[in-house]
Design a binder for this molecule. Structure first.
Ligand SMILES: *Cc1c(COP(=O)(O)O)cnc(C)c1O
Length: 377
């Protein structure tokens, strides 16, 4: 039996055809018609007007912070429960992340902690520069409450880390358009992939033009190579944009499949003692990028590592939930605000295979293995 992966790329003949068509038409490097089309198509999904395709989601977040003017001496609020890239980019611009706990009902940044931090920092004369909510495992942060928290703090820029949330909605609006800019990732494990890539989206045309300029080595429009700013080599190639367009046509089906996998896991394993699931807020539709179960140590027959070890012994990849940033050695000196919600999710959470190419038969195999460890008196 073949190994089952957590979230592998879901590609097929349409992607192969799109890639080869771009190749055969000579649109290999660096620009070409697929790039502009991919940008327009992703912008439409995110409900924004402007987008620039980049080499990664991390690059998108980095440029968003730079363009917002965040730099040395600044502090940025980041949820502690996230992938390291969200915090790493803060350090790229010389600023300092401050880690905020998440809410138990959504697993995204706690708006009441954001509000108290913003108020206290302003009162102390050292306001925050930015906040980066993360749409965790494809569930949007509570933007209605965050807007309230940010009201009266006009200098604080919100940048949305929507890397896991392409196709999600909250309050009837799609992920990506809530902040001054939003970042998507097309890494190999995300909802759609360009093998590696990302996109920065925004309602602000000038912001996206600035990002496009910085991402192409900050070349001035001159015949010779003229530079007035430090640039980056961050743009996506046309070949990968062609792959991304083919993937994007399947986005709705891929999200529907991930959501169906979550429902089926919950139905098949819901009777097990001590097993609960990442909560879904009633005001939105997440992508269910990963299905995460949590184990109550007083009731469940096994702990996180026993479940993961058993799956691994049968060639099935599962992982703990993100290890909170405030518990990472590299961020040990950084401030942490709030309680232990994220730490408890890390202790108890197991991410199950959730790829949109997972077959029912493969999911049955995973379900059977989970039952073997957790269906015990
Ligand atoms: C994947 C991911 C990123 C980074 O995207 P890359 O394309 O891998 O650079 C950032 N934030 C979160 C929450 C992610 O899951």
């Amino acid at each position: 039996m073949a190994r089952i992966y957590l979230s592998p790329p879901d590609v097929g003949p349409p992607e192969r055809a799109a890639l080869l068509a771009a190749f055969d038409e000579g649109w290999i490097a660096p620009v070409g018609p697929d790039l502009a089309a991919f940008e327009a198509e992703v912008a439409a999904v995110a409900g924004v007007e402007h987008a620039v395709a980049l080499s990664s989601g991390s690059a998108a977040l980095h440029l968003a912070l730079l363009i917002a003017g965040v730099g040395p001496g600044d502090r940025v609020l980041v949820p502690t429960l996230t992938f390291a890239a969200t915090a790493n980019v803060v350090t790229y611009v010389g600023a300092e992340p401050v880690f905020v706990d998440v809410t138990a009902d959504r697993w995204t940044i706690d708006p009441s902690l954001v509000a108290s931090e913003l108020d206290a920092a302003r009162a102390a004369g050292a306001p925050y520069a930015a906040v980066i909510p993360v749409d965790l495992y494809g569930q949007c942060a509570d933007y209605a409450a965050l807007d309230d928290a940010l009201a009266g703090h006009e200098g604080v820029v919100m940048i949305e880390d929507a890397a896991e949330a392409l196709g999600a909605t909250v309050g009837g609006r799609p992920a990506g358009g809530f902040g001054r800019a939003g970042a998507f990732s097309f890494n190999g494990n995300k909802l759609i992939t360009t093998s590696g890539g990302g996109m920065l989206v925004s309602h602000d045309a000038a912001l996206i033009e600035r990002a496009r300029y910085l991402a192409t080595q900050a070349r001035e429009p001159a015949r010779h190579y003229e530079h007035t700013a430090i640039g980056f080599n961050y743009r996506m190639s046309n070949l990968l944009a062609a792959l991304g367009r083919a993937q994007l046509r399947g986005l709705d089906a891929k999200v529907a499949r991930r959501r169906a996998l979550r429902r089926r896991y919950a139905e098949a394993l819901g009777d097990l003692p001590g097993v609960t699931w990442m909560p879904e807020a009633p005001d939105g539709t997440p992508t269910n990028w990963l299905t995460v179960l949590t184990l109550d140590p007083d009731e469940a027959a096994a702990d996180r590592d026993q479940v993961i070890d058993h799956l691994e012994a049968h060639d099935v990849e599962a992982r703990p939930a993100w290890k909170p940033m405030h518990l990472q050695p590299v961020f040990a000196p950084c401030r942490h605000v709030g309680g232990e919600v994220a730490a408890q999710i890390f202790e108890r959470g197991v991410c199950l295979p959730s790829g949109s190419s997972l077959t029912d038969a493969d999911q049955d195999r995973v379900i059977e293995l989970v039952r073997q460890v957790l269906d015990q008196p």
